[in-house]
Ligand binder design. Structure first.
Ligand SMILES: *Cc1c(COP(=O)(O)O)cnc(C)c1O
Length: 367
C-alpha cells in the first residue's frame, strides 16, 4: 500500500519562494514564423556546417570537457578586446551566470536591485536564491530614473545591481553617464548585461579597468548560438577567482566548446548576420511606425517593442496567421497592451507586418 507522508509534498517541503514562482513559460513554436525569442533567423553557410559536422563526429564526447575551456576563453579574449587584467568566466548561457552571481552574494537579507520593466530572470533568480528583490521603475520613456536609482541604492544597499544594456524588453540603451553614476554610488557589484551588444555597438567593457565593482556579461545566444548555451562574464581577477569556485566544473560541454570556437573563428559570418538584422530592424521599425494604431519604441537590439490597442486580440490574430511574437501585456503595468517582435529575415518581417495589419483590422471589427 502506498500513502504520502505529509512532509513529502511539494507544498510542505519546498521553500515558499519557489512555490510562489510562476514557471518561465516557453510556448511551442513549431510550424510558426517564430519571432518571439530574439533568435538569429539565419542558418550558417553550408561549408561551415560541414566543418561543424566533422568536428562533432571527431569530438571526444566520452570524455569530460576541458573544465577551464582555455582555447575558447582565449578566443573570446582576443575577439572582445578585453582590457589588461580582465578575466572571463563562462556560463551555460548567461542565465547561469546571473544565478551564479546571485548565489555568491545571497547572504540573509541581501538585495538584488534591477529596473522595471527589464529582463525577468533577474527577479526570478533573486527569488530562487532567497534574495530580496527591488525593482526601480523606469521613466515613461523607459529611461533610467537616476534620482530614484540613487535613492534606492542608498536605501537598500544592494549587493548586486543588474542593468541590461540595451534593455530587454524595451530595446533602448540607457544613458551611459547615468549608469556610471550608479556604478560609482553602488556599495556592491554592478553587472551590465550586454546580451544585445552585437546590435547596439555600445559597451561598458572599456570601463572595466576604471570601476572595480563593475562586471560585464554577454551571451552568444542572440548572435546565432542560442541552442549552444554559452555566455561569459568579464571582470577583475579578484572577483572571478571567487566566482569560479561556484561554477560547476563541466558547465560548458564538449560540443559547445568545439562549435563555439569554430564559429568564433568565423566571427565575420555572425557579425554580417547581425549587420543584416540591424538593417532589417530599421525597415521593420519604419513599417511599425507607419501602421495605424501602433506606437513603436526605438530599439538598439534585435527586437522591437510596440504598443497596440486590443493587444490580446492582435496577438491571437497573429498566431492564427502563423506568426508567434511575445505578448508583454501581463509582464508589467508599464507594458500594458505591448507586444515584442524579434527581427527576422526580410520575408518573415514582411509576413509579420501583413499579418499584423490584418489582425489589427480584424480586432476592430470584432468589437
Ligand atoms: C536573452 C537574455 C539573456 C540570457 O541569455 P542566455 O541565452 O541565457 O545566454 C540575458 N540577459 C538578457 C537581457 C537577455 O535578453
Amino acid at each position: 500500500m502506498s500513502y504520502t507522508r505529509i512532509t513529502a509534498t511539494p507544498e510542505y517541503l519546498l521553500r515558499k519562494e519557489v512555490l510562489a514562482l510562476h514557471a518561465y513559460h516557453v510556448p511551442p513554436g513549431t510550424d510558426m514564423v517564430k519571432l518571439d525569442a530574439m533568435e538569429n533567423p539565419y542558418a550558417l553557410p553550408p561549408q561551415l556546417r560541414d566543418e561543424i559536422g566533422r568536428l562533432s563526429a571527431d569530438a571526444a564526447i566520452n570524455r569530460y570537457p576541458d573544465s577551464g575551456a582555455q582555447r575558447l576563453k582565449e578566443k573570446i579574449h582576443q575577439l572582445t578586446g578585453l582590457p589588461q587584467g580582465v578575466n572571463v568566466l563562462l556560463g551555460n548561457g548567461s542565465d547561469e551566470i546571473i544565478q551564479l552571481l546571485a548565489m555568491a552574494v545571497a547572504k540573509p537579507g541581501a538585495t538584488l536591485l534591477g529596473v522595471e520593466p527589464s529582463f525577468v530572470m533577474y527577479r526570478m533568480i533573486a527569488a530562487f536564491t532567497g534574495m530580496n528583490y527591488v525593482g526601480v521603475p523606469l521613466t515613461e520613456n523607459f529611461e533610467l530614473d537616476c534620482t530614484a536609482m540613487l535613492d534606492a541604492i542608498q536605501h537598500h544597499q544592494p549587493a548586486l545591481v543588474f542593468l541590461a544594456y540595451p534593455n530587454n524588453p524595451t530595446g533602448n540603451l540607457f544613458d551611459a553617464e547615468a549608469i556610471e553614476q550608479i556604478i560609482a554610488a553602488a556599495p556592491g557589484l554592478v553587472v551590465v548585461d550586454e546580451a544585445y551588444h552585437a546590435f547596439a555597438g555600445a559597451s561598458f567593457i572599456p570601463l572595466l579597468g576604471r570601476y572595480s565593482n563593475l562586471l560585464v556579461m554577454r551571451t552568444f545566444s542572440k548572435l546565432g548560438m542560442a541552442g549552444l548555451r554559452l555566455g561569459f562574464l568579464a571582470g577583475g581577477m579578484a572577483w572571478l577567482e571567487q566566482l569560479e569556485k561556484l561554477r560547476l566544473p563541466y558547465n560548458v560541454g564538449v560540443l559547445t566548446q568545439l562549435v563555439a570556437e569554430k564559429l568564433l573563428q568565423h566571427n565575420d559570418v555572425l557579425l554580417q548576420q547581425a549587420e543584416q538584422i540591424r538593417h532589417d530592424r530599421t525597415w521593420l521599425y519604419g513599417r511599425l511606425v507607419g501602421t495605424v494604431d501602433v506606437r513603436a519604441y526605438p530599439s538598439e537590439a534585435n527586437f522591437i517593442l510596440f504598443h497596440v490597442a486590443h493587444s490580446a486580440r492582435v496577438f491571437e490574430g497573429l498566431k492564427q496567421r502563423g506568426v508567434l511574437i511575445k505578448n508583454m501585456n501581463a509582464a508589467h503595468t508599464a507594458l500594458t497592451d505591448c507586444l515584442r517582435v524579434t527581427v527576422g529575415t526580410p520575408d518573415e518581417n514582411e509576413l509579420f507586418i501583413r499579418a499584423l495589419q490584418e489582425s489589427i483590422h480584424q480586432s476592430k471589427n470584432d468589437i
